[in-house]
Design a protein around this ligand. Structure first.
Ligand SMILES: [Zn+2]
Ligand SMILES: [Zn+2]
Length: 327
């Protein structure tokens, strides 16, 4: 899931994006910014704070370059005023929220416990049976999805890293596609799960989608390869199925839809023999499920179609087991 992947990025890049929108400091956000609070007290009275020109520099506020511009260039003073006003509103709102919260805690036990996941009362998400149940189901079906994916993509098609394949690339309207032979150099297998089944036309938010990414190199030039099988031979997003149903509904491309570094798999010339870590299947991408149930309530998962997807996957997985039993 794109959202989960995003949450796994190293802290520094996330913190940078959470810097204070007023003073640019990375230690806090604007609704607790003491610089904004004290500046506003002054600006609100029509008095420009920090009359010493070098104030910001001496204060040592990290990344405060913008504000230096504000102070030293009077043409930006109105921006300064606007930004400070905006921050002061955020500060007031945060204080109001805190007050409401402290009042309701003061009332104490009269406030019934309510679960943030299933909205039931008398328990919270830590002891929510519904949350445990859904999480276990997702992990289980993910595990079954991964073993199907493994069979189809790695064993049958032999497409892991190192496979030699031929791909087809559109070079223009009404022209014969160009054929390229090369190597698969990388895939994003560690990120793949049942969420690969979500297509671009679903109600699910972007954060739940998980396209598959296949990197290919030919004559020193990199491409992204999509697979298409089944009835949707010409689908721009590609697809991968096995004999029980859909596995992947979307592949990463280079740039836009007709980018010339996007290609479609034509045939496998030499299968890859790269081993796959067996825990990839057994752990069922559990850590992403923890993220999912923390981020979205049961009602949200329902409205995004995740519960339906789970139901469909369970049916496909059962079908797959049945086919394999009899063959
Ligand atoms: Zn600040
Ligand atoms: Zn609950």
């Amino acid at each position: 899931m794109k959202g989960f992947n995003e949450s796994q990025k190293p802290k520094s890049s996330r913190e940078r994006s959470r810097a204070c929108s007023y003073c640019s400091s990375s230690d806090h956000v604007a609704n607790v910014c003491s610089n904004a609070e004290s500046d506003w007290k002054s600006l609100n009275k029509g008095i420009l704070p920090h009359t010493e020109k070098s104030w910001w520099g001496h204060k040592g506020v990290p990344n405060a370059r913008y504000k230096t511009v504000w102070y030293s260039r009077p043409e930006y003073w109105s921006d300064w005023y606007k930004q400070c006003h905006k921050a002061s509103i955020m500060i007031d709102k945060r204080k109001a929220r805190e007050e409401v919260k402290s009042k309701s805690t003061a009332k104490g036990k009269s406030v019934a416990k309510k679960c943030g996941f299933c909205a039931g009362t008398g328990h919270n998400r830590r002891d929510c049976a519904e949350l445990d149940n859904i999480s276990e189901q997702i992990v289980l079906e993910n595990r079954r999805w991964r073993s199907r994916f493994f069979k189809r993509y790695v064993v049958d098609m032999g497409l892991s890293v190192g496979a030699v394949v031929q791909v087809e690339r559109n070079v223009g309207y009404n022209k014969e596609p160009q054929l390229l032979t090369g190597l698969i150099t990388q895939t994003n297998m560690e990120k793949l799960s049942m969420f690969c089944m979500i297509g671009s036309y679903s109600n699910a938010p972007e954060s739940l989608r998980q396209p598959m990414s296949i990197d290919f190199i030919s004559n020193g030039k990199p491409y992204k390869v999509k697979l298409t099988d089944h009835r949707d031979k010409n689908s721009w997003s590609g697809s991968l199925h096995d004999n029980a149903g859909l596995l992947v509904n979307e592949f990463d491309r280079f740039g836009g839809g007709y980018s010339n570094q996007s290609a479609t798999l034509k045939s496998v010339i030499a299968k890859s023999s790269e081993p796959v870590d067996p825990t990839w299947i057994t752990q069922g991408h559990r850590e992403s499920v923890v993220w999912l149930t923390k981020k979205y309530s049961l009602a949200k998962l329902e409205s995004y179609g995740v519960l339906k997807l789970l139901e469909k996957l369970k049916k496909d997985n059962d079908k797959f087991d049945k086919i394999n039993e009899t063959s």
